[in-house]
Write a protein that binds this ligand. Structure first.
Ligand SMILES: Nc1ncnc2c1ncn2[C@@H]1O[C@H](COP(=O)(O)OP(=O)(O)OP(=O)(O)O)[C@@H](O)[C@H]1O
Ligand SMILES: [Zn+2]
Length: 611
């Protein structure tokens, strides 16, 4: 008996595995755990082998992969795979050995529950591929593929000089550059450099550019891959691409891996907890990514940068410590930043004296860095077409017109009436949440469109481990505040509240069917399809209970909506004041709200009675 991670087990050596188990069609599956050992699950038919059973006793595993298994220590995943490949000719026809990759972080989250079906599918996919290609053979070699998606680029000419208006973000990534340049200085002091950094921001704000500049500044290789390229791939290919990517990167360390559009693979799983099959490929890719992130040392010299437009959509597993635990937010540039971006992109251009950067920046509110780069390029083309010796202001204005037209088509530019609706919508959220004492404090409200959202409010989440029913109720009201304000002011409502309504519906179902907050349903927690919990455990409920749940949810939401509407009509003057300030300043802060509404403590006192 020997002890491995605190448990007693019978270990099988590679030689014993090769001689006694391989080539007998005995392996049900193998799971590679944490780089260093493999769990071997044998088919029950193999139990008849008394000679084997006399020597080896399986570990009676409880979680997460149930059932007795054997352990085998491996030097590294690479050497294990090499051995498997080499042993391929030992297999009997039709013998298939499914190998999956897993990590054990006991209790944190149950990986096996969702990865196993994925892997099974994956194996089937590979199996058929193989069967077609070269007869009914084994499938050891699965998942290895040429990494055509991964390109090492020459980024050494891109530096922070090419990035404008992202001073804060630049400051944050500076540390990474220093580390890549002189890892010794950091490791000697025991400093931990983040492995993964998430760049979050609307399209075209320079996420890719910043990542390239980090590599360029540090003079290290840059590996890039895009999440969206995985989506339509054949099963199994995504995961193996990720594995190859990290393998290559580790050989070239120090270096940067950049994963663009990570949301394409890293979208939250809980959303589609009930749909299986469709997302298997994405999930196995995501899982492989997590495995890789966990599998290398903090100071190994590989830093993974990822970019997304929507951090809220990402699977929380990606954001845990040791993965992408550092986030850098990039926003659409303000006036001064736009001017700086114009400066960068005008550098190679031949301009006449009329061109005024400040003026152009003022003409382009809501434009991203990419839009501005486009304008500069377009202006040069227009001037060239006109056979001019220099590019002038009129060329820029014409370029702006063209790009605005293009943007309007993509409905990125919003009309004044739309802007008014958005302002009142956000003012509704702000005011409701301000008036309700249990809602998290508001920091900032904005009607500058970013990503898919037209406006947004930011809250400071309180560090609470318990949420009371009153808190839930008030949160419902605050979320409904947007639509209620639209209805009150415009006597019409818009589709802009869709996200809010999704949130409200989910929260209301959670309250009624999950947290036991509803008197009719009582203190019973059903696993509900709108809930977040992905344990896979579901208590069934009858048709009639389902009907009661639906009714109670409706009542709850209707009640909250009425409360919100009443609150807003009571404070209609303040609502208008907030909306008008938003229209004027586009982004307002806590202090602005205090100016209109008084300090929040006061409203707490008066409102704790009213609601
Ligand atoms: N802050 C900036 N300074 C200078 N140029 C910028 C800036 N932001 C964007 N650009 C220009 O726009 C181009 C596209 O930006 P980039 O690809 O980095 O955006 P992104 O945030 O990665 O966008 P997406 O989310 O669409 O992938 C850059 O190559 C650069 O020319
Ligand atoms: Zn809203």
């Amino acid at each position: 008996m020997l002890s491995h991670s605190g448990r007693y087990m019978q270990e099988i050596s590679w030689a014993e595995f090769e001689n006694r188990i391989l080539g007998r069609g005995a392996v049900a599956k193998m799971i590679v755990v944490n780089q260093d050992y493999v769990k071997i699950y044998l088919k029950s038919s193999f139990k008849n082998d008394t000679a084997f059973a006399a020597v080896f006793h399986p570990v009676s595993g409880n979680e997460p992969n149930k059932g007795p298994h054997y352990m085998m220590t491996i030097g590294s995943i690479e050497s294990f795979e090499r051995r498997l490949d080499a042993a391929e000719q030992k297999l009997i026809p039709g013998e298939i050995i499914p190998v999956t990759y897993e990590r054990t972080k006991a209790g944190l989250w149950n990986l096996a529950g969702w990865i196993l079906p994925t892997i099974l599918l994956l194996l089937l996919g590979r199996y058929f591929l193989r069967a077609q290609g070269r007869g009914n053979q084994s499938m050891f070699n699965f998942g290895r593929s040429t990494a055509t998606l991964i390109e090492k680029e020459d980024t050494h000419n891109i530096t922070f000089d090419d990035v404008a208006g992202l001073d804060e973000a630049e400051l944050e990534v500076k540390e990474i550059v220093d580390f890549l340049k002189n890892p010794g200085t950091f490791t000697r002091l025991g400093a931990k450099i983040p492995k993964g950094v998430m760049l979050v921001g609307p399209p075209g704000t320079g996420k890719t550019l910043l990542a390239r500049a980090v590599a360029g500044e540090a003079q290290v290789p840059f590996f890039t891959i895009s999440g969206s390229e995985f989506v339509e791939m054949f099963v199994g290919v995504g995961a193996s691409r990720v594995r190859d990517l990290f393998k290559n990167a580790k050989e070239k360390a120090p270096c940067i891996i950049f994963i663009d559009e990570i949301d394409a693979i890293g979208r939250s799983r809980s959303r589609n907890a009930f749909f299986t099959g469709a997302n298997d490929e994405r999930e196995s890719t995501l899982n492989q990514l997590l495995t890789e992130m966990d599998g290398f040392e903090t100071n190994a010299g590989v830093i993974v940068l990822a970019a997304t437009n929507r951090a809220d959509m990402l699977d929380p597993a990606l954001l845990r410590p040791g993965r992408f635990d550092r986030h850098i937010y990039l926003e659409l540039p303000n006036l001064k930043e736009r001017e700086a971006i114009f400066t960068v992109h005008m550098r190679p251009l031949v301009l006449d004296k009329t061109v005024d950067k400040h003026f152009l920046a003022a003409q382009t509110p809501g434009f991203s860095g990419a839009d501005i780069a486009n304008i500069c390029n377009e202006a040069a083309l227009i001037a060239a077409r006109g056979k001019k010796a220099q590019i002038g202001t009129t060329d820029f204005l014409e370029a702006i017109d063209r790009i605005v037209a293009g943007l309007e088509k993509k409905s990125k530019i919003i009309s004044l009436q739309e802007k008014k609706i958005i302002a009142f919508h956000e003012a509704g959220h702000a005011l409701t949440s301000w008036l309700l004492p249990n809602v998290d404090p508001l920091i900032k409200v904005s009607i500058i469109p970013r990503g898919k959202s037209l406006g947004a409010a930011w809250y400071l989440p309180a560090e609470k481990s318990l949420q009371t029913r009153a808190t839930f109720l008030e949160q419902l009201c605050a979320t409904l505040g947007g639509r209620a304000a639209e209805a009150l002011v415009f006597s019409d409502i818009s589709s802009g509240a869709l996200d809010d309504l999704e949130k409200v519906t989910k929260a209301a179902y959670m309250m009624v069917a999950y947290y036991g907050f509803n008197e009719k349903i009582g203190n019973i927690s059903f696993y509900d399809s709108s809930g977040q919990k992905d344990t896979g455990f579901q208590k069934p409920y009858s048709e009639s209970t389902a009907r009661v749940i639906d009714e109670e949810v409706r009542k709850l939401v209707d009640g909250a909506y009425q409360k919100t509407s009443a609150l807003l009509s009571e404070h209609r003057e303040q609502l208008t004041a907030i909306a008008e300030l938003l229209l004027k300043k586009e982004t307002i802060y806590k202090e602005d709200l205090e100016h209109i509404l008084g300090s929040r403590e006061e409203s707490e006192k008066s409102m704790s009675r009213a609601v």
